[in-house]
Design a protein around this ligand. Structure first.
Ligand code: ZN
Length: 202
């Protein structure tokens, strides 16, 4: 499966000059929601991710997605794995489990995101699950920005990766782009202006 082509065809891998939420600039930006706009594509990607997870032999009771980004990927993956689907959400900035979702003692939970950058939101959701008695058995994401090492990968985990090294991380594709501080950005030097992804016109 050519995951990169699927992202490009869905306009989910943008090529231009972008200002990231960190303040840094990049030529590329992953607009993950766009690849899930077509439910058939979402199903296809989630099923491919489920194949990798099943092949590892990992046993899972529940998929938990950090809202908002992980919602669709999490639901599609839970469908493909035929397990329960729940989500964590931010309340006043703090990740929480609401909506009447309950976690059984020792319940085996996989955290699912659309994309893992450093894994910060995933680990916030994991902490809440663990505080309720659940056990985090793995992390999954459709796309990986290349800071965290996934199963069967040769890339090195970068220091800013927040995922623990003792649980497996499954992904379909590493999207590793160079990022630049604004004062060292070659695209700025060429005279173009960085735009905020998601704003009108991209
Ligand atoms: Zn720039």
């Amino acid at each position: 499966m050519d995951v990169k082509k699927i992202y490009i065809d869905a306009d989910a891998l943008l090529d231009g000059h972008f200002k990231l939420s960190s303040g840094n600039h990049s030529q590329y930006y992953l607009q993950s929601a766009k690849v899930l706009e077509d439910p058939k594509t979402a199903k296809l990607l989630a099923e491919a991710l489920a194949v990798k997870i099943k092949a590892s032999g990992l046993e899972i009771d529940t998929v938990c997605a950090p809202a908002l980004g992980g919602l669709i990927a999490g639901f599609a993956l839970a469908t493909a794995l035929n397990v329960r689907s729940i989500f964590a959400e931010r309340v006043n900035g703090e990740m929480d489990i609401r909506r009447g979702f309950e976690i059984a003692e020792g319940e085996r939970v996989l955290i699912c995101e659309d994309i893992i950058t450093t894994g910060g939101s995933a680990m916030e959701a994991a902490k809440v699950i663990e505080s309720l008695g659940g056990k985090i058995v793995g992390v999954a994401a459709l796309a990986n920005r290349g800071f965290c090492k996934h199963e069967n990968s040769n890339i090195e985990t970068k220091p800013n990766c927040k995922l623990p090294q003792d649980i497996p991380f499954f992904t379909l594709k590493d999207f590793t782009f160079e990022i630049f501080a604004p004062n060292a950005c070659p695209l700025c030097k060429d005279g173009s202006e960085a735009i905020k992804p998601g704003s009108r016109g991209n």
